[in-house]
Design a protein around this ligand. Sequence first.
Ligand code: 48H
Length: 263
Amino acid sequence: METLPTENAISAAIVQNFSKKLLESLVLDVAIVGGGPSALVAARKLAEAGLKVAIFERKLAPGGGTWGGGMLFNEVVVQESAFHLLDEAGIAHKPVEGASGYHILDSVEMASGLIYNAIKAGAKIFNSVSVEDVIFKNDAIGGLVINWTPVERLGMHVDPLTVVASCVIDGTGHPCEIVQLAVKKAQIKLETPTGGIIGERPMWVAEGEPSTIENTREYYPGLFACGMCANNIMGGYRMGPIFGGMLLSGEKVAKLVIQKLKK
Ligand code: 48H
């Protein structure tokens, strides 16, 4: 048998393996938009529960706001209630002097540890892919409309592809892009006091952390929100470079989705 030139074998392997990964992710139990810390924890927990889950992340590197720490000092703080999520991912942390119950850690270790563990658990991550719309049928959100980020950035007139999913999680952080576009384009009413997006409030660390977890919910049939997105929807406070609330929000949204899908 004629052997292929190495150059060809490498290219063929990349095309075949990527195509298989994407093909297997066109119908999902859970499609997550954005690969920030809350979404990465959710993806790991959902994959560990045996669900078919993929993250679609606009940027080349998943990890969201984790990498930059506080003002590019690449360290972040996590509170005691979320230590178990760091420990499960093998991420090191040590006490903050003078602040009982708070630990400090390397933000690059946190980002890479969360990504690595989500993939090892079986979640798929598609980076450089932007979600530009949702599938909306029978009064429920039924999946995502995706395109390459360079296509989006260059404003190229290229039609997207679709991913069908039983549940969609908006993990897009502060802008809550998916919920925003669902409210605008599908004119849905959210499970909020006004039926719309309340808007993120300013910094209040002690309130922002618990409210992130409290605000993590299903806001419309098939549409969940976690992390800063949930805070924006329900008018929660921001909290700066403290990430326990994000990690716990990811854990909570995974529990809610599992409850819904296992009914
Ligand atoms: C694909 C998209 C799209 C799209 C956006 O902001 P994130 O890190 O998300 P969270 O909520 O898990 O974490 C928030 C945290 O990083 C933070 O900002 C904190 C704690 N702030 C406190 C404060 O006071 O400021 O990540 C969201 C990700 C990003 O990587 C985006 O690129 C991605 O979502 N994304 N991906 N399609 N349409 N929109």
